[in-house]
Design a protein around this ligand. Sequence first.
Ligand SMILES: C[S@@+](CC[C@H](N)C(=O)[O-])C[C@H]1O[C@@H](n2cnc3c(N)ncnc32)[C@H](O)[C@@H]1O
Length: 1005
Amino acid sequence: MTQTTKSELLAAESRSKARPRLLIEDWLPAAAIGVECTRERSTGLQPPDKRLHVWWARRPLTASRAAVLGSLLPADFPRDVFERLIGFGRTGSELVEIRRLMDAGVRVQGGFGTGRAFSRPLRENDLTSAHEATEALWVDPVLVVDPMAGGGSIPLESVRLGFDTVANEYNPVACSILEATVDYPIRYGSELAASARTWGRKWLARSEKRLGAFFPRRSDGLVHAYIFARTVPCPDTGFPTPLVPDWHLLKPKQGLRVVAVPQVDKTRGTWSVEIRGIGPDSEQISVPPTPTYGDGKGVSLFTGRQIPSDYIKAKAQDGQMGNALYVVAVKTPTGLKFEVPTKVDVDALAAANLELKKFRPLWERDNVIPTERYPEISSDPRPITYGMPRWADMFAPRQLLAMGVLVEELRNLRPDIVEAEGHDRGDAIEHLLAFAIDKFVNYDAVFSSWHAPRQVMRSVFDRHDFAFKATFAEMAPCGAGTGIDWAIDNTLDSWEKLAKLPRAVDSRPATIYMGSGTRLPQIATGSVTAVVVDPPYDDNVQYSELADFFYVWLKRTQGHRHPDWFATSLCERDEEAVVNVSRFRGPRDTAAPARQRARDRYRTLMTESFRECHRVLRDEGALTVMFTHKKQEAWEALFAALIKAGFTITATWPIKTESEHSLNQARKNAAQSTVVLVARKRLSGASIGFFDREMRAEIADRARRSAERLKNEGLNPVDQLVGSFGPALEVFSRYDEVRTDTGVPVGVDLAIAEASDAVSQWRIEQLASRGLEGVEAEGRFALLCWDVMGAAEFRFNEAKLLGHAVGMDVETLVAAGLVTKEGDKVLILSARQRRRDRPLEPDEQIETLSGPEVRSRRRRRSETLKVHPNDPIYRTALDACHALALRYIEAGRGPAGIGAARALVRQQDWKPDGPVATLMTALVHAAPEAVRRDRGTRSAAAQFPEFRAWHALLEPLIGVPAPDWSEKMPPQLRLPDVPGSDAEDAGFPDDELAEDDWQEESEEV
Ligand SMILES: C[S@@+](CC[C@H](N)C(=O)[O-])C[C@H]1O[C@@H](n2cnc3c(N)ncnc32)[C@H](O)[C@@H]1O
């Protein structure tokens, strides 16, 4: 028997067996992965791939690796090996426990005592175990595909694990980033960085020779930034007047503030500034100067009169908006100094202007600078509104001169690089240097700015748009450690670290394709073991519109290598899967239909992409989708697209990518989560399912069981809820279509609601073991909110789900005076917010069949829904609980408070086993950490003191022992080191941060 026939036989045998469960379908240390994802983001220094080049909405490496590996391994793969392979230096449960202690304010000496997961070495024998397990499971070689690869987190992790990988991406800028991320490091090794540095120095020297004169050196230090104001002619005098929204140069939270104070010469029509501190001394001023720009409008320095925003835009479009250098920030040996520009500075600017004029025609002819027009159809029309119709207009003349010289000199150096290094290697080096230009340009446009609170330059992509900036900052390109030198260093340093990330010895470069994920013609049908993808969501990021900023430069530095990638004027958009209303808005359209069309297009593209995933995937393979969006509609759309494309959903794993620590302060459960969702090809012949009692019971049972499991894994209640959706939807998505008994199609939302109801019911049982008999829907809702959401503020759809579980819609909850709604947000009202000024009079209430009701002609309805601690009667158990808390607090807490509350209990004849007592006990058990201890006036505990009141009243009023809320945490803790962790993590220590003090690194947006 030949080898092939044997493997074919084995393959047939394995296919005929039931699809084996994958690790990611059965278990995943989601909480600990979340801890590592948080570490990835929170130490101040992003992983090197994120620092190489700007790309938006990048995923954490640890979550990406877990998604890839979990989709390939069988469910019985050993946990300890899996945890080591995803980079844990301690067991998952230890990591979760350390994080919990840290979040509770314990100072854990030495931190986690182990390097961050993405940087830890991979043990050879663990990798062998993983590859043996995948070979046994899949028989054929494993192939992992990410059809929307962006900056490349997913393919990078797949490559590092040693699997064959394809990275497909629609955007050419992202493709360019992918080359440097998932190909060069493996093809050329980290040594390439050293060669690139040598060429970088030559390039820098040549560029400096041409640019040095335009950036005069200073005797006292290096220029950190030139700070400019945009100007328009004053409408009355015609003199150029600056638009400055804030004159601060230094605005630390504490310490000396420094401002530029404008000095105006009204006769000559000129202005300059004096640099002054703010304070009581004679040379200081007491208040900062009045801004001359705000809300789009200006104020003339010469007349003090307002300048309308239409006038500013008109002047900008007419080419009359100017730039005035007013401060130079200099790094001196004694610290940062702000100086008034000298004549030398001003002359240098004028000379740069002339130089640009000289070169401009040549550069336009030779395609050195971007002459492309900013697109007329765009979600952000501001560059055109503010007089920047071409991409080159986004640069002040000296900035454009610097960019032109850098591009030209890199081109001039190209033949030498290629001759010395060989064609491919030379190309790669030039590519990395081109990325240094991209790094530099992010700090060298009229959108880069000075950040007075942190005394750093802010990059263009500090924001996700091209908002007009009335003041901007220019980075000096020349000088050791600054400008382009910094950009080269920073880029190559990031790349070298990326290339040094531990990986399997036999890792192979990923294959990169540029194109839409809706068609992957290079990939054979049924050939892919796992598709792992992190698709765009809705209108979150307009990738191509933002990427154009880099595209127009990369086209000029890299276009020769990939004429097909850089063939179009700007990035292609037609098949980009984003909701971009501007592309669907006709001249007479209102926003709503255009939005609907844009959304429909997005959904079609997503469904088509998933269909293509279905085509390329092996029948037993998994499609794993990473998704970061809190809105539940997003879920529903995603589930629906997957089902439509022929998939069954089998698991959902919420992974926190942000620390929950902030929740102690904040009102909301806002910590970011990435949800990993697993889907499998639906078995053919699935046809129509009925949303009958049986299916609903099965959904409920699955949801409840998975929530229980996730609770044991250490996930919090909201994540238990989200994590239950996948298994529950497996029941629903077995069918091509689901209908009611009467034939009405059933949407995925109903299945989610069914799952959510089941989990909510289960949570309530946990909190009130004896049930909640007699407690109205209002009380059950409040209980669920605090228990599941752990916060007072959440999204409308989350409220809708919990409301559904207790049979109330959000509008009813608002009408019941329990919550308020602000746009998409729903906020629970505290006892204090619900307090009425005066108690009700006995004649203001009546007993109805459904209980007591307030009917008063003298008060507004909203007033009657409130409570007062001395009301004669209470509508609901929740009102009664609020009244008890108010009594306790207002009587001064302690014994007096208990006495006052006890009097109310007696007066109302509330029994220790009645609804009020049951609800109060359950609320105490549902209390999230944030409300248990007062952490200052803005803390959740201060806003909701009722929890501490109920806690204090439990024992004396009901005889129920109160849970221990004391902070028993040690103030400090020293964990034993993980053996060998220091040696293993060499090169990537946890505290390797010291965020570059030169520039604010915000590439990962
Ligand atoms: C959320 S991002 C991926 C980020 C990536 N996982 C990372 O960590 O860097 C989504 C990507 O989908 C890309 N995209 C949008 N439409 C696409 C399409 N039709 N085909 C392929 N990629 C597309 C976007 O350009 C973007 O890079």
